[in-house]
Design a protein around this ligand. Structure first.
Ligand code: F6P
Length: 553
């Protein structure tokens, strides 16, 4: 379809948004008792209920037509075919190949990449078995029961989130820690509790040039050697996960301890690759493979299902509707599952690093808003923190609520309490409470008169807040895999509709360059620094203040 067709559909959606503005999501439910079956979909062990959004069948038809007009089917085919859809980095985007268990073979530049994927999977599986059995042990012969994953961004957030999420599957006696921040307190805290003879350091970095990771890895190596180990013992305690074998070898990691991946795996999409080693060591390789298989089921659904029944496509379209037509600038991720506590942080990178863009593929300015601000906390904690703004603030925030029907710890009444809160919040956000309802409740409680009227105003909830509910029977490796893949594909679809490249991240580079320039200007403790003042008055002032304290220390 042409740009004109896309624009025409966009305008039709704008009209629909304006004509529906007089209605509320609550009234849509009052008019149609069948909204749940009309606006929900099941796939890969997940249920997505998107009925509590301000959409109608006609809106959805237009949104599906928009996706078609934007060439979603072709873009999807290009991704699965290994075409270089990450144009600004001239790279293919094939994280789906990492978790494909069909007989399919993936190619990049005519080369069969499936062979490499299978080879690394075998090596990971073999390495896990050797560590778990004690065959691959520490330099003193003691088993390596502790893992410290050193990485940042995609080389940290995915594995950290998944290890947390799969806590019920942890192998007894094994412990995984994660160090990411260049703040030395992070590694110092982790090393303080570590036993060098039992610790395996995983240096996880796609590029093996990331300042934070290299600094942390160097500190870990120094600490290890200072503990009495020798240079040759490094081979028993340090492994690398990287596309940059040369840099990992130069760092001192034995070639047989380097697990490779490839430039067609984006950092934030890399937990399915060798970057997932910490997950596999903590929950066992077979559970890691189940995670991959769960994602693969979602991939197959995404590949084959028609748009109007396709979970990631629908999630993307509803997101576009809320962002571009209903006016939601922020999107909350609210897992009602303590084990998914790091899921919002993981999704922040996945979504905001992917779709926080303002240029189209050809370098022009985008014509519409792109990725929303993504944030979140697990329920019910968030309810006692920021939900006030979600319910009664002046900004419209859309939200995804995520929960399992059955908890790994179905102790006492906890899970029923949790689920009742989950349901209550989505209902409150949709329904709100009118002033009359608030006044009636006050009257019933014995409050009357003019004060009751003022209080009723404060107790009025506008409702009409769009939410999705995502349910699974249980949080398992398979459903977690499917859940992550759902978001990956959702984000991809939105990028296609917005016409942006969801797979580069140039916006993080400027800060890295400036940090390198500023480093010599910061005094060592009790020492001097480069006095050149070339910065703005604020930065100069801050440097002076810091150096004054550090110089005296
Ligand atoms: O700074 C952004 C980024 O490039 C992310 O995209 C990536 O996940 C992270 O840094 C870490 O990169 P690496 O794995 O190369 O150390």
């Amino acid at each position: 379809m042409s740009t004109e067709q896309r624009d025409a559909i966009w305008q039709s959606l704008e009209k629909r948004a304006s004509s529906i503005s007089g209605q509320t999501i609550r009234s849509l439910f009052e008019d149609d008792g069948d909204r749940f079956s009309r606006f929900s979909v099941e796939a890969a062990g997940l249920l997505l209920d998107y009925s509590k959004n301000k959409i109608t069948k006609e809106t959805l038809d237009d949104l599906v037509a928009l996706a078609q007009a934007c060439g979603l089917e072709n873009a999807k085919a290009a991704m699965f075919a290994g075409e270089k859809i990450n144009q600004t980095e001239n790279r293919a985007v094939l994280h789906v190949a990492l978790r494909d268990f069909s007989a399919r073979v993936f190619h990049v530049d005519g080369e069969n990449v499936t062979l490499g994927v299978e080879n690394v999977r075998r090596r990971l599986s073999d390495f896990c078995a050797r560590v778990h059995s004690g065959e691959f042990s520490g330099y003193s012969g003691r088993p390596l029961t502790h893992v410290v994953n050193i990485g940042i961004g995609g080389s940290d957030l995915g594995p950290l989130m998944a290890v947390d999420a799969l806590r019920p599957y942890w192998i007894k006696g094994r412990q995984a820690n994660f160090v990411s921040n260049v703040d030395g307190q992070h590694i110092a805290d982790v090393l303080a509790g570590a036993d060098p003879e039992r610790t395996l350091f995983i240096v996880a970095s796609k590029t093996f040039t990331t300042q934070e990771t290299i600094a942390n890895a160097a500190t870990a190596k120094e600490w290890f050697l200072a503990s009495g180990a020798s240079e040759k013992d490094i081979a028993k305690h340090f492994v690398a996960l990287s596309t940059n074998e040369k840099a990992a070898t130069e760092f001192g990691i034995a070639p047989e301890n380097i697990f490779e991946f490839w430039d067609w795996v984006g950092g934030r999409f890399s937990l399915w690759s060798a970057i997932g080693l910490s997950i596999a060591l903590q929950v066992g390789y077979s559970n890691f493979e189940k995670l991959l298989r769960g994602a693969h089921v979602m991939d197959e659904h995404f590949r084959a299902a028609p748009p109007e029944k396709n979970m990631p496509v629908l999630a993307a379209l509803v997101g576009i509707w809320n962002r571009n037509f209903i006016g939601a600038n922020a999107h909350a991720i609210l897992p009602y599952d303590q084990h998914l506590a790091r899921f919002p942080a993981f999704l922040q990178q996945l979504d905001m690093e992917s779709n926080g863009k303002s240029k189209t593929m050809d370098g022009a300015n985008v014509a519409q808003a792109t990725g929303p601000v993504v944030f979140g906390e697990p329920g019910t904690n968030g309810q006692h923190a920021f939900y006030q703004l979600l319910h009664q603030g002046t900004d419209l925030v859309s939200a995804d609520f995520i929960a399992s029907a059955i908890s790994a710890a179905d102790t006492g009444d906890h899970h029923r309490l949790l689920l009742s809160n989950f349901l209550a919040q989505t209902q409150a956000m949709m329904r709100g409470q009118t002033k009359d309802e608030a006044r009636d409740a006050l009257n019933e409680a014995g409050h009357a008169g003019p004060d009751a009227d003022i209080l009723a105003a404060h107790k009025t909830f506008p409702g009409d807040r769009p939410t999705n509910s995502i349910l699974m029977e249980k949080l398992t490796p398979e459903t977690l895999g499917a859940l992550i893949a759902l978001y990956e594909h959702k984000i991809f679809c939105q990028g296609v509709i917005w016409g942006i490249n969801s797979f580069d991240q140039w916006g993080v580079e400027l800060g890295k360059t400036l940090a390198k320039e500023l480093l010599p200007k910061i005094a060592k403790l009790g020492g001097d620094a480069d006095q050149t003042r070339s910065d703005d008055a604020s930065t100069d002032g801050l440097i002076n203040w810091i150096n004054d304290r550090r110089g005296k220390a």
